[in-house]
Design a protein around this ligand. Structure first.
Ligand SMILES: [Zn+2]
Length: 387
């Protein structure tokens, strides 16, 4: 038996107006200081206030949100007693809000206990609205929560299907102001979700179409969105593609590029989308050895290659590299500014963190420690490696 979970999704121009149809009394807005400064929380608060909501803002969420931050957010929720939690931002505030919501409803739990294997019994105190301001993470529709453990300097994957949001508001105007670099990084994250969601061993008939559609749209519209941020067609298609990819991989899981990317983010501080997409061409070729038909089918369906077998994966990997360089992103960790010494010092930890990442479970080929080491080294140098 398989399942597919999704919030109600409103999308397109003026989708934010759906907030005026929400009924309730108290809304806790969870966001980050940058979003607040850009004024992106203001239209959310205005719409909620117009229907009589009392609002409070928790804006302490940092990039790669840390466990102590969500515990603090949950304390604030406990004091304010919201009946809605409204998350506004990129993946960090959205993931933090999911954890804050669960801990507010279930103060008996520790963050590490939020897993797919327990009944949470949510929605007794509040419900969750997600408003993404980047086009990439898909966190508006996924139930996964990625938090950082500041003591162990690693990322922890948490979440339960119950903590998927009730309403996702996918309004392209909320992401239209993203600078070029953020547009590129988050857009490449969406591509990585689509590709890994399709090649995951948990992919299903419900997720495949979403992943193919999203991948094709990222190839077509990301260069336009990066070249001209005012191109609202490109912005809209990228915003929708990010959510489609989120639905796809959120219901089938990601894979090795995310396991490696999480390790790179936690240890070397690389932005999430840049980290996972740097790994993607290598992991694609790595898994193609085990699942050549699956990767060839994906390359064929998104129109990148009609070749069969591993050749298609090589062509798809090259297409990912071409897109990466077209949007101005680095093609190796060295190009991304990571020193050779820093990389070598971190390599053992990178390998062990990636091995222990939950996203590794759904890879259609499991790398050994030695193979992971080689993959990281290839990503560092930008050399292709035969596996
Ligand atoms: Zn991602």
């Amino acid at each position: 038996m398989w399942a597919f979970v999704s919030p109600r999704i409103v999308f397109g121009e003026d989708a934010l107006d759906a907030l005026t149809e929400v009924r309730g009394k108290r809304a806790l807005i969870v966001t980050d200081p940058g979003i607040l400064e850009l004024g992106l929380a203001t239209p959310v608060i205005e719409r909620l206030s117009s229907t009589g909501f009392a609002t409070q803002v928790f804006s302490d969420v940092e990039a790669n949100p840390e466990i102590p931050t969500v515990l603090r957010g949950a304390e604030i929720a406990m004091e304010f007693k919201p009946d809605w939690i409204v998350a506004v931002g990129g993946g960090s505030p959205l993931d933090a809000a999911k954890a804050i919501w669960v801990l507010y409803e279930r103060p008996d739990l520790q963050p590490a206990e939020i897993s797919p294997f327990i009944d949470l019994g949510l929605r007794k105190k509040a419900r969750l609205i997600t408003v993404p301001t980047t086009s990439g993470t898909g966190a508006d529709v996924t139930w996964a929560i990625v938090l950082s453990d500041p003591i162990e300097q690693r990322k922890v994957g948490l979440g339960n299907w119950e903590n998927v949001s009730d309403l996702a508001i996918v309004d392209p105007a909320m992401a239209a102001g993203m600078p070029k670099q953020l547009t590129a990084d988050t857009g490449l994250d969406a591509l990585t979700h689509a590709v890994e969601g399709y090649t995951s061993t948990w992919h299903t008939d419900m997720t495949d179409g979403l992943c193919v559609h999203a991948a094709a749209d990222v190839f077509e519209f990301l260069p336009r969105a990066v070249a001209d941020g005012a191109d609202m067609e490109a912005r809209t298609r990228m915003h929708n593609a990010a959510t489609s990819a989120g639905l796809g991989f959120g219901n089938s899981m990601a894979s090795i590029a995310h396991a490696m990317g999480h390790a790179l983010g936690a240890t070397l501080g690389l932005p999430h989308g840049r980290a996972v997409s740097l790994c993607l061409p290598y992991t694609l070729q790595f898994i193609a050895r085990q699942a050549p038909d699956r990767t060839a089918q994906l390359a064929h369906r998104i129109g990148v290659s009609s070749a069969g077998g591993e050749q298609a994966a090589r062509t798809l990997a090259q297409a990912v590299r071409n897109l990466t360089s077209r949007v101005g992103n680095p093609l190796s960790l060295a190009e991304a500014g990571i020193s050779k010494g820093g990389f070598e010092t971190s390599l053992n930890k990178l390998v062990s963190d990636a091995e222990n990442d939950t996203q590794m479970i759904t890879s259609c080929r499991s790398p050994s420690s030695q193979e992971l080491r080689k993959l990281f080294e290839a990503v560092y140098e930008g050399n292709s490696v035969g596996f």
